[in-house]
Ligand binder design. Structure first.
Ligand code: C2O
Ligand code: CU
Length: 701
């Protein structure tokens, strides 16, 4: 970086850009030590160089932060802090005795305040896999100690490094001019403005006057007052049944707000379809919304012609039109259905429902099964923030809502009994939000996900569920009481470089005294995914897909503000801390890209054909060096896959999935069971990313 670059900025923003430049300049040149790691995970997020001190000038090393193992796309603690397993690779360490009365080297992790000092364990030249930490801003140190069992750091420091998050510097908030606006009478151009995040009070200067460069869209202009939405019902379907599903407008009460939304058969969420494994039903879909539509049966390996992707497997169903689907369910599991045209609008407005496929070998477990669709809605001062008519708004980060919903309601509740197992069947139908769900004080036993059952159910404090994923978890209560269902995540205030807790109460389980302890036999069928994963472990990828971003014509102030953000990004963006800023980018300025690394072809031009029946290893690489790096939940239609590895570390809990979360700057290796012929979409399930080009097609021949 040269002085030219610094002096080239003449706008008032140069002040706030300065800390970034300093942070970039301060990035140690020893980054190259992490280069070996770079094909598996971006070194600037997952690897930190360790620098020597005067005590042992020849010493050097790296600390690779591996994503901790577990059943989820990302291992976090109950609060949403990422669990990182620290692997140290060291060289050039002298004999400890040469430094004084020392017998060993010991590694430590600590905060910038040096409190607490966490012992990682003894280390030596070579690679050592140490323990898991959940620190967000941290230092790694290696010291010489009298004993490898030293509990307290006393001896001289020989190596030290700092976490990538420490590159985030406060943006000189005191030097920024005060925010204009605050009066609600300025020109809004027909938009309802997003509200500020309650815990982040400032936004980058200069963005207040911008609006998304599209026309605002909301349903309900015409056709009179729609009927009130009903609660979601269950449609139990037998093999060969025919039903009709009608998408139309409804009126939905959310707190004090009365919203015009969309619903299938007037129900929010849409009716839950229950059918037996192996059965086929006919669904006549009628579109009575104001948008073209379709139904995609997410996760079902059905006939390509019924996959519901306009432009690929069928023409869009126009308002007033119909389409008939043959819905076949070869796999047991938890699935869902939603539109595949402008899902950023139509799915967000309520078009989503579960599909439960009962396995042939499923037991009849005691206890209670409950189905929760997790979602959010973005409300402004005057109701729903409109959607973009010509293209999606929120194209960079996705549309995060500020009202969190369970089954379309803000106050979900359930009665349960002590001793009686409760199984939560979770589906994330949100456009962009990844949830970290917990039940106050209870451990969750994770039984399954998507189309799979874990060979070994794990105990977890919380469930990380990215858009379009599903998880099944069991919980038991020993004591009567009121237990809150919580979403606990970590936000970053980028203006101050501070992490903070964001906690939302999604609902309550009211537990009364039960009489007996029920035993449980939940889908005990062992999952074939584990076997297959073992056979393909370490296999080189057949295809590498690179996930990246291109932008054009974005306001300069927005680009500047976003650049300040990329010194550090979370593996998963949990929340929107700058709702005004996130709102501005549209699909006209933003193109999210899936690129075939071998040919350079992108999106629908990737001519990707594979023979049926041959398992395929696909590596997804998430580019961190873009204007707005993010985790992407990648979904493949019509096939199932197993996650083989994340950032090069073998997956400890293989299961049949159709969606995998690829963390920012990370890689995920999938083993695809290419079993159903046809043209199948692979895309990011953040609705605004899908709308902004983040899709490609796999042809199974
Ligand atoms: Cu849940 Cu392409 O879809
Ligand atoms: Cu994405």
């Amino acid at each position: 970086m040269t002085g030219n670059r610094v002096s080239g900025i003449h706008t008032p923003l140069s002040l706030s850009a300065l800390p970034l430049l300093l942070a970039v300049l301060a990035r140690p040149a020893a980054d190259s030590l992490c280069a070996a790691h770079a094909t598996l995970a971006d070194p600037s997020l997952y690897c930190l160089p360790l620098l020597s001190t005067d005590q042992a000038p020849s010493a050097q090393g790296t600390a690779v932060m591996q994503l901790a193992p577990g059943p989820f796309g990302l291992a976090v603690d109950r609060d949403g802090r990422v669990q990182l397993q620290v692997a140290l690779t060291l060289s050039g360490l002298p004999e400890p005795q040469s430094l004084g009365p020392y017998d060993a080297f010991v590694a430590w992790a600590t905060t910038p305040e040096l409190q607490p000092m966490i012992r990682l364990g003894p280390v030596w030249n070579g690679r050592t896999l140490t323990r898991t930490i959940t620190l967000e801003r941290f230092l790694i140190m290696v010291s010489a100690e009298a004993s490898p069992r030293a509990r307290v750091r006393k001896g001289p420091l020989v190596l030290r490094g700092s976490s990538p998050s420490l590159l985030m510097a406060p943006h000189g908030v005191t030097q920024l001019p005060p925010r204009v606006g605050g009066d609600h009478h300025h020109e809004t151009g027909g938009w309802t403005m997003p509200l500020m995040h309650p815990q982040v009070s400032r936004m980058p200067f200069g963005l207040e006057r911008f609006r998304p460069q599209v026309t605002p869209f909301l349903p309900g202009d015409g056709g009179g007052t729609p009927p009130m939405a009903a609660e979601g019902r269950v449609y139990r379907l037998a093999d060969g049944d025919t039903i009709t599903l009608t998408a139309g407008r409804v009126l939905h009460l959310l707190g004090k707000d009365s919203l015009v939304m969309y619903a299938y058969d007037g129900q929010l969420p849409g009716p839950r379809l229950e059918l037996a494994q192996g059965s086929t039903v006919t669904v006549r879909f009628r579109n009575r919304t104001d948008l073209p539509s379709s139904i995609h049966w997410h996760g079902l390996r059905l006939d390509n012609g019924s996959d519901g992707v306009p432009g690929l497997t069928q023409p869009p169903v126009p308002p007033g039109g119909e389409f008939v689907y043959r819905v076949h369910a070869p796999d047991a599991g938890l699935f869902w259905y939603h539109p595949h045209h402008r899902s950023d609008v139509a799915q967000d407005l309520g078009l989503a429902g579960n599909i439960v496929v009962r396995g042939r070998a499923d037991g009849r477990p005691g206890g209670q099964d409950v189905y929760l669709m997790l979602d959010d809605l973005l409300m402004g001062e005057d109701g729903l923030v409109p959607y973009g008519h010509e293209a999606a708004t929120h194209s960079l980060m996705g549309r995060f809502g500020n009202r969190l919903l369970v089954n379309a309601a803000e106050s979900w509740s359930l009665n349960a009994r002590t001793g009686e197992p409760l199984r939560l069947h979770l589906t994330n139908s949100a456009s962009a939000r990844t949830f970290n769900v917990s039940l106050e004080g209870r451990e969750l036993k994770v039984l399954g996900s998507d189309a799979g059952t874990y060979a070994v159910p794990r105990s977890a404090a919380s469930i990380v569920i990215a858009p379009s994923e599903r998880y099944v978890a069991e919980v038991r209560f020993d004591r009567p009481g009121k237990y809150a269902l919580l979403n606990r995540v970590r936000g970053i205030d980028r203006m101050t470089g501070r992490f903070f807790a964001e906690v939302d109460t999604l609902g309550f389980v009211m537990v009364g005294a039960g009489t007996r302890r029920e035993s449980v036999a939940f889908r005990s069928v062992p999952d074939s995914a584990a076997q297959l994963a073992r056979a393909f472990r370490g296999r080189a990828p057949d295809r590498v897909l690179f996930l990246t971003l291109r932008t054009r014509h974005l306001p300069f102030a927005l680009i500047q503000a976003l650049r300040l953000d990329t010194a550090f990004v979370q593996p998963v963006e949990w929340t929107s801390t700058m709702p005004m800023m996130d709102w501005l980018s549209t699909g006209q300025e933003v193109t999210w890209v899936i690129r075939d690394s071998a040919s350079g072809a992108e999106g629908m031009d990737v001519d990707w054909r594979v023979p049926r029946g041959k398992p395929l290893v696909v590596r997804l690489v998430n580019d961190k060096h873009v204007l707005h790096p993010m985790g992407h939940p990648i979904h493949l239609h019509g096939q199932r896959f197993v996650v083989l590895a994340r950032n090069g570390v073998a997956n400890s809990d293989p299961v049949w999935k159709d969606t995998a979360l690829v963390p920012a700057g990370g890689t995920v290796d999938l083993l695809v069971d290419a079993s159903s012929p046809g043209r199948w979409m692979l895309h990011c399930h953040i609705a605004e990313h899908l709308e902004s080009g983040m899709h490609t097609v796999l042809t199974v021949e």
